[in-house]
Design a binder for this molecule. Structure first.
Ligand SMILES: Cc1cc2nc3c(=O)[nH]c(=O)nc-3n(C[C@H](O)[C@H](O)[C@H](O)COP(=O)(O)OP(=O)(O)OC[C@H]3O[C@@H](n4cnc5c(N)ncnc54)[C@H](O)[C@@H]3O)c2cc1C
Length: 384
């Protein structure tokens, strides 16, 4: 029986001071009208101007090495920045994937030329990445993917299709998992490679898929004879699956798996305090205590990542619990206050409630579905 042990963590005075610095910067920007609070802003809040401002503060790629323009700060400092950005519902989607996973992936597996070229631009908030994994018939069973890259002189020719690709209509590049040799029935996870595809390349076409809200955040990406030069292969040919799996720990354990609906929770709490709604506040306190435990688990993972520990199992557990929590926030809150959801309303609560309800179904799909995550946890045989 394996035990899941997440270290207890408490912030230092320096870290608390840093949080105050980030919080007051964001509060000032909000008051200046730079952005409006939205739920689920890490996937749907796009502003290249805001991303550049965050880059100027040094808060994108904050853990990246100094030689590429980063600050080599700790995963905990990164955690503080992401938590504050999410709590205020800031428009961070443009740089989110590059900061969270494409940058770290390139730092781990990329060539020196790739690091020199991409990392400083990511840090400045000027270079955005999408994640090209899912295909129409390959989601949970990603190893069955059909997009192929065929070797030609000086590079690779890619043909296939990706779907649900968040932000591809804004991003400059997509890290694309594709098949570079035929599937081997004895080793399903072999023969795949990761290629950096410029989304401006000839042969790339991007078609929107609308959300329930009617908004456009993700896409179908068609790849027709797209040429990718050899210097845009990430890591080793044939090692794409193993490399891609290392990204998942970054992807699954962060505060964005807990806080997508936090702006609604905060707004509802304000209203209940104003109204002296004690019954409502009792329910909110149950949500907050649950959020607190999840947050401690998620910070525990950030501190394990800092020490290069394997966190795959713990990240799956936190993502599953965190996503159910995010959805539950909207469910509980909507029954406590009588205002109806309306995404066009000028009333902050009504708008945030609509955003949470309409975005909610995607929480338990993106980045790994509930069933898949529970399978990982069950196979890990965890006792807490
Ligand atoms: C908002 C959003 C953003 C996304 N952004 C991206 C992105 O940027 N890039 C990207 O590549 N993908 C993205 N995705 C896609 C996401 O990763 C997939 O939706 C997810 O992996 C599930 O794949 P699928 O949709 O093909 O569903 P399927 O894999 O077909 O699953 C359908 C259902 O069957 C269940 N199921 C499947 N296999 C099993 C099994 N073995 N055992 C038990 N149950 C099973 C699943 O849990 C699910 O309930 C995004 C999705 C959403 C909702």
């Amino acid at each position: 029986m394996r035990q899941l042990q997440l270290p207890a963590f408490s912030f230092t005075d320096k870290q608390r001071k840093f949080r105050q610095e980030v919080r007051s910067f964001l509060q000032t920007e909000k008051e200046l009208g730079t952005f409006k609070t939205h739920a689920d802003s890490w996937l749907s809040g796009y502003s290249s101007e805001f991303s550049r401002k965050i880059g100027e503060q040094g808060w994108i790629g904050i853990t990246f090495p100094k030689k590429y323009g980063g600050q080599a700060r700790s995963s905990i400092d990164r955690y503080i920045v992401t938590e504050e950005l999410l709590a205020i519902g800031a428009p961070v989607a443009a740089h989110w994937f590059a900061d969270r996973q494409s940058g770290p992936l390139l730092l781990k597996f990329g060539t020196e030329e790739q690091k020199d070229y991409f990392i400083p631009k990511i840090i400045k908030g000027e270079c955005y990445f999408s994640i090209g994994l899912s295909e129409p018939n390959s989601g949970s069973d990603l190893a069955s993917l059909k997009t192929t890259a065929t070797k030609v002189d000086g590079g690779w020719i890619v043909n296939g299709m990706k779907t649900w690709t968040s932000g591809a209509h804004h991003s400059h590049y997509m890290i694309t998992l594709c098949r570079t040799s035929p599937q081997d029935s004895n080793f399903r996870h072999g023969g795949m490679s990761q290629l950096i595809i410029s989304l401006k390349s000839k042969g790339v076409s991007i078609r929107p898929i609308q959300y329930l809200t009617g908004e456009h955040h993700f896409n179908e990406v068609f790849l027709e004879n797209v040429f990718v030069p050899d210097n845009r292969v990430v890591g080793e040919i044939g090692n794409g699956w193993a490399q891609g799996m290392t990204e998942l720990a970054f992807e699954r354990s962060g505060p964005e798996r807990i806080l997508s609906t936090f702006p609604l929770l905060e707004e509802a709490t304000k209203i209940m305090v104003e109204q002296g709604d004690h019954r409502g506040l009792m329910e909110v306190s149950k949500l907050v205590s649950r959020m607190w435990s999840l947050r401690n688990m998620s910070i525990g993972i950030a501190s394990l990542l800092e020490n290069n520990k394997d966190v795959g199992l713990a990240a799956a557990l936190v993502k599953d619990l965190g996503n159910s929590f995010e959805q539950r926030v909207a469910e509980v809150i909507r029954l406590l206050l009588s205002t109806l959801p309306d995404k066009h309303s000028t009333d902050e609560y009504s708008r945030l409630l609509a955003e949470c309800i309409l975005h909610g179904p995607g929480f338990t799909l993106r980045g790994g579905t509930t069933e898949i995550l529970r399978g990982i946890v069950a196979k890990g045989v965890v006792s807490v």
